[in-house]
Design a protein around this ligand. Structure first.
Ligand SMILES: Cc1cc2nc3c(=O)[nH]c(=O)nc-3n(C[C@H](O)[C@H](O)[C@H](O)COP(=O)(O)O)c2cc1C
Length: 332
C-alpha cells in the first residue's frame, strides 16, 4: 500500500508530496522539508501564467530550485490556454521536473480571472488548457483540483476523465468543494471514487495531518500518494514521521523544543539567502508562529518574534528562548 509510484517517468519515493502553498513553499521551505526526510516530491508556490509569459521580475526570482530538492513540481495558474502553454514551456526550460496546473484555487483574485477553481465551472476551457500544456511540454504534466465548485456538482469526475484523455500524468484531489474553503472535513470517499474512475495515478489531499490520518487516507482512498500542506507548517518533519510509520509501524518522537528552535533559525537563514535579509525577516514571522506553536511560553515568545526586524534579532530571540527552555518534546 505504501510504495513508490511514477508520475510519467519520475519516481515518487516515498509517495508523500509537499502541497503547493503560496507564500510558503519557496526554495527555503522546500529545502527544509526535503532535508527532514520522507518527502518524495516538492511543489513550488503557484506561478501566474501571465507573469511567467511577461517575465515579471518578482516571478522570475521565485523560479528557483536546487538539485537537492529534486524532483520539483512547478505549479501554474491561468485561464488562457496559450498563456498557460507558454508558461509551462518556460518552466520546463527552467528545469522543472513536473508541470502542475492549478484547477482548485478558490481565492477570488485567482478564480475571478477564470483560473484555478473557476475552471471547474468551465470544462471546455479546462480541456483547451490541458491540450495546450500537453503539447507544450515533454516533462510529466499534472493537475491539482477540488471535488467541484459547489458541494454537489462533483465536476472533479468530468475533469479527471478529460485530463486522462488529454494525457495528464497524475491528478491531485483536495477533498473539498471550492465554496467550502477550508471548512468541514476533506471527503476522502469522493477521492476514492475519483481514483476508481481513472487509470492515471491519483494523489489524495486534505486533512492528512498525522501518521494515523495518513494511514487511513491511503486505506480509504486507495490513492497512489498523499499530498500534505498545512500539517507541514512549522513541522517539516511530518513527512518523515508519516513515512517511518507507514514503512515500519514506528511512531517517531515529536521534535524537541531545541530541534524546533534550531529549525526555525535554519529556515530564517535559508529564507534570507533567497529573499535578502529585510524581506526574509518579515516573511519569517508567519513561519515563526508555526514553529513555536505548542511550546511552553509560546504566546510571549510569539509576541517578541512579531516585533523582530532582522534575521539577527530573530536569532537572538530564538537563542534566548532555547536557553530558557528545559529539554522537552513539543505538542503539535
Ligand atoms: C497558505 C496556503 C497556501 C496555499 N496555496 C496554494 C497554491 O498556491 N496552490 C494550490 O493548488 N493550493 C494551495 N493551497 C492549498 C493546499 O495545497 C492544500 O490543497 C490544502 O491546504 C489542503 O491540504 P492540507 O489539509 O494538507 O493543508 C494553499 C494552502 C495554504 C494553507
Amino acid at each position: 500500500m505504501f510504495s513508490p509510484f511514477y508520475i510519467g517517468n519520475i519516481k515518487i519515493d516515498p509517495p508523500l508530496i509537499l502541497a503547493p502553498m503560496a507564500g510558503v513553499t519557496n526554495r527555503a521551505f522546500r529545502t527544509m522539508c526535503k532535508q527532514s526526510g520522507g518527502c518524495g516530491l516538492v511543489t513550488t508556490e503557484m506561478f501566474s501564467a501571465y507573469a511567467c509569459k511577461y517575465r515579471d521580475p518578482g516571478t522570475n526570482t521565485m523560479i528557483d530550485w536546487i538539485e537537492e530538492e529534486r524532483p520539483v513540481s512547478a505549479q501554474i495558474f491561468g485561464g488562457d490556454p496559450e498563456t498557460v502553454a507558454i508558461a509551462s514551456r518556460m518552466l520546463q526550460e527552467a528545469g522543472a521536473d513536473i508541470i502542475d496546473i492549478n484547477f482548485g484555487c478558490p481565492v477570488p483574485k485567482v478564480a475571478r480571472s477564470g483560473s484555478g477553481a473557476a475552471l471547474l465551472k468551465n470544462l471546455d476551457t479546462a480541456r483547451e488548457i490541458l491540450i495546450a500544456a500537453r503539447q507544450a511540454v515533454t516533462v510529466p504534466l499534472t493537475l491539482k483540483t477540488r471535488i467541484g465548485w459547489n458541494m454537489d456538482d462533483r465536476q472533479v469526475f468530468n475533469l479527471a476523465k478529460t485530463a486522462e484523455i488529454c494525457g495528464v500524468d497524475a491528478i491531485s484531489v483536495h477533498g473539498r468543494a471550492a465554496v467550502q474553503g477550508y471548512s468541514g472535513t476533506a471527503d476522502w470517499d469522493i477521492i476514492a471514487e475519483v481514483k476508481n474512475s481513472v487509470r492515471v495515478p491519483v494523489i489524495a489531499n486534505g486533512d492528512v495531518s498525522t501518521p494515523y490520518a495518513a494511514e487511513e487516507a491511503l486505506e480509504r482512498t486507495g490513492c497512489d500518494g498523499l499530498m500534505i500542506g498545512r500539517a507541514s507548517l512549522g513541522d517539516p518533519w511530518i513527512f518523515n514521521r508519516i513515512a517511518e510509520y507507514l514503512r515500519t509501524g514506528a511512531i517517531l518522537p515529536l521534535p524537541t523544543v531545541g530541534e524546533k528552535l534550531a529549525a526555525a533559525r535554519r529556515h530564517a537563514v535559508l529564507l534570507s539567502e533567497l529573499l535578502g535579509e529585510r524581506r526574509a525577516a518579515k516573511e519569517m514571522r508567519g513561519h515563526l508562529v508555526w514553529y513555536v506553536k505548542g511550546m511552553p511560553g509560546a504566546p510571549r515568545l510569539r509576541d517578541r518574534l512579531m516585533t523582530t526586524k532582522s534575521i539577527e534579532e530573530i536569532e537572538e530571540v530564538l537563542n534566548e528562548a532555547g536557553s530558557e527552555h528545559q529539554p522537552g518534546r513539543v505538542k503539535t
